[in-house]
Design a protein around this ligand. Structure first.
Ligand code: EAX
Length: 329
């Protein structure tokens, strides 16, 4: 009886000691959960950026940072939450970003970027990188430029071959002053609506059309509510990976660097996803019943928007616009 009790006490002491030692020996693994919001479905290019950022941060921090993503958010609202620090991260188009950092709206000027290569060169070069430095003064840390893609017009009324065909259509635009000026020039009725309301507005016929890159049109299933697509490519739509400055400031310099590096990998994955969907998306949309105008004369649209450039020059400076237009690395 006595021996049995001793064995039991010993076993207890041993296991307690073991647990204590094991606990002390284990690295401190307090997990930091970060909340991320983005505007589209999880299988979209935004979802790819969010998932890649989560993977990269988990890997680089040995599991310390865990990113939890919520899709289908309203961009302006989620940026507001990041600015106030109630949300940690956002992947967003630049659409509503000018409401927070006005200088950024310059990148939303139609026909500013010739092609993807030109856009990447500007954003990855000194012009784009200097723009990221404007965010901290507004309570936001800008981690990297991502990508939404060149935007095209869809509508439910008629095929658009020329700017004249677009006249009179009620077209949803982003909450963006630069786009508002451009679409006024086209003679459409530009209607700013949050992206989260867009599908319903199209379905109910409250508006006739909208404009978005192919990866948004496919992942948001707009073929269900839009018959016509014209590949106007009228404006390049960048994206940004942004972080609450309050969250960023709590990190060590080593961790801050980790976030920038992880975001760069996420942004690259986002661009790759955009390119992949660009390659297959139009065929997919045709198969889903859309009628696609591919051979549109883009210069006609560019000419129709030309008067808006006087307004842009006043707002941003002609030199700044030309610097981007003519940029060669
Ligand atoms: O960022 O609002 C828009 O049309 C955006 O392109 C969309 O939310 C994806």
């Amino acid at each position: 009886m006595k021996i049995t009790r001793w064995v039991a006490v010993c076993a207890l002491t041993f296991s307690t000691t073991f647990i204590l030692v094991a606990t002390l020996a284990a690295p401190s693994r307090a997990e930091t959960v970060l909340q991320l919001g983005h505007p589209t479905a999880s299988n979209s290019h935004y979802g790819v950026a969010a998932a890649t950022l989560a993977d990269e941060l988990a890997k680089r921090s040995n599991g310390k940072f865990k990113v939890v993503s919520t899709p289908n958010g309203a961009e302006r609202e989620i940026i507001e939450s990041v600015q106030s620090g109630t949300l940690d991260l956002v992947v967003t188009s630049t659409g509503p970003v000018g409401n927070f950092v006005p200088e950024i709206e310059i990148v939303d000027i139609p026909f500013l970027f010739k092609d993807y290569e030109h856009a990447h060169a500007v954003l990855d070069g000194p012009i784009g990188q200097d723009m990221l430095k404007l965010f901290p003064a507004k309570g936001i840390e800008a981690l990297a430029w991502g990508e939404n893609g060149f935007r095209h017009i869809t509508n439910s009324k008629r095929p658009i071959n020329t700017p004249a065909d677009a006249k009179g259509l009620k077209i949803r635009i982003m909450e963006n002053q630069v786009h508002m000026s451009a679409f006024r020039q086209l003679g459409v009725l530009p209607t700013p609506i949050a992206f989260t309301e867009l599908f319903n507005a199209l379905q109910q016929g409250a508006i006739d059309g909208e404009e978005n890159p192919i990866p948004v049109i496919t992942s948001s299933e707009f073929a269900k509510v839009q018959k016509y697509l014209t590949l106007t490519g009228h404006v390049y739509s960048p994206a940004l990976i942004l972080m609450a400055k309050s969250t960023y400031d709590r990190l060590s310099p080593y961790e801050q660097n980790m976030f920038h590096e992880a975001a760069a990998v996420a942004a690259k994955a986002m661009r790759e996803k955009v390119a992949a969907v660009e390659a297959t998306g139009v065929a997919e949309l045709r198969a889903a019943g859309m009628q696609v105008v591919t051979d549109v004369d883009r210069t006609k649209f560019q000419e129709a928007l030309e008067p808006a450039y006087a307004e842009y020059a006043k707002k941003f400076g002609k030199d700044k616009i030309d610097q981007i237009r003519n940029y060669a690395p």
